[in-house]
Design a binder for this molecule. Structure first.
Ligand code: IPD
Ligand code: CA
Ligand code: CA
Ligand code: CA
Length: 259
């Protein structure tokens, strides 16, 4: 199937994969987890992260023979360029929340073709909501289309941040937060992006890997939000970045404060 010519059908298929992954997660939600430390006791991976990734990769491979797949847990491909069909997946975003709260975690899937964001999906598992779509479709959750958030200034709304960046005051983040209406720390990039897409937060700042922001970037840009590095330059889709997703006026306000 030609994906570009059949975007709505592809959208339906991807939502179907996500619903299946959700069923798997819920069926194991109260079972003991196999938890391993990656780089530290705050950087975890579980059997559920790995099983989700395996399932999503299998679904993508049987659907798209041209797929190159970048997945956090490494069961995909070594992706070194954004040429062709590049699928970027975070099989469980907010693993620490999943382990400690069984709440506030997401599953994310993005498709880029020749570097252009085509489709992005963020599933808030415990609220049973999939936010998905892309520039040709708009952004939908269930059957409701999201409207573009109001272009608020920094002082007029809440700002999501990563805890470590705030503690270390990177980019004078404490002053930036002081200038906003207030700061929020959720602990899942996917759930933070959803807050910005829905206009519940003006923005979100965090040090992120491609799978943390690939889907959110497509959805945010579709809704006229800005997604750049914190210094305003374009993000690199194949490495880590300090990412700012925000309304355009909030981005201007933050750039004025860090320059
Ligand atoms: C993490 C979460 C967290 C963010 C980290 C990410 P993971 O993703 O999105 O909010 O601050 O940078 O690594 O590892 O739980 O998928
Ligand atoms: Ca992780
Ligand atoms: Ca993540
Ligand atoms: Ca993850």
């Amino acid at each position: 199937m030609n994906i570009i010519e059949n975007l709505w059908q592809t959208d339906h298929i991807i939502r179907g994969w996500l619903k299946e992954v959700r069923e798997d997660i819920l069926s194991e939600l109260h079972d003991p987890l196999a938890v391993a430390e990656k780089t530290s006791r705050k950087d975890l991976v579980t059997n559920v992260d790995k099983a989700n990734e395996k399932k999503i990769i299998k679904a993508i491979r049987s659907f798209d023979s041209q797929a190159k797949i970048l997945g956090e847990e490494g069961q995909g491909d070594q992706v070194t360029s954004m040429q062709g069909h590049v699928w970027i997946i975070d099989p469980l975003d907010g693993t620490l929340n999943f382990v400690k709260q069984r709440d506030n975690f997401a599953v994310m899937i993005a498709l880029y073709i020749d570097g252009k964001g085509i489709l992005g999906y963020i599933m808030d598992v415990m609220r049973n909501r999939i936010y998905g779509g892309g520039p040709s479709l708009g952004v939908f959750t269930q059957d409701n289309e999201l409207t573009k958030p109001t272009n608020l200034h920094l002082r007029d709304g809440l700002l999501g941040v990563s805890g470590p960046m705030l503690i270390h005051d990177k980019y004078h983040l404490q002053a930036i937060d002081e200038a906003s209406s207030g700061v929020r720390i959720i602990g899942s990039a996917g759930i933070e992006f959803i807050q910005v897409l829905k206009g519940k937060q003006n923005g979100y700042i965090s040090h992120l890997m491609p799978w943390d922001f690939a889907a959110g970037k497509i959805l945010a840009e579709t809704l006229n939000l800005s997604v750049t590095k914190v210094d305003g330059t374009p993000v690199d889709m194949l490495s880590s970045n300090d990412v700012l997703v925000s309304t355009k006026d909030t981005q201007k306000d933050i750039l004025n404060m860090i320059r």
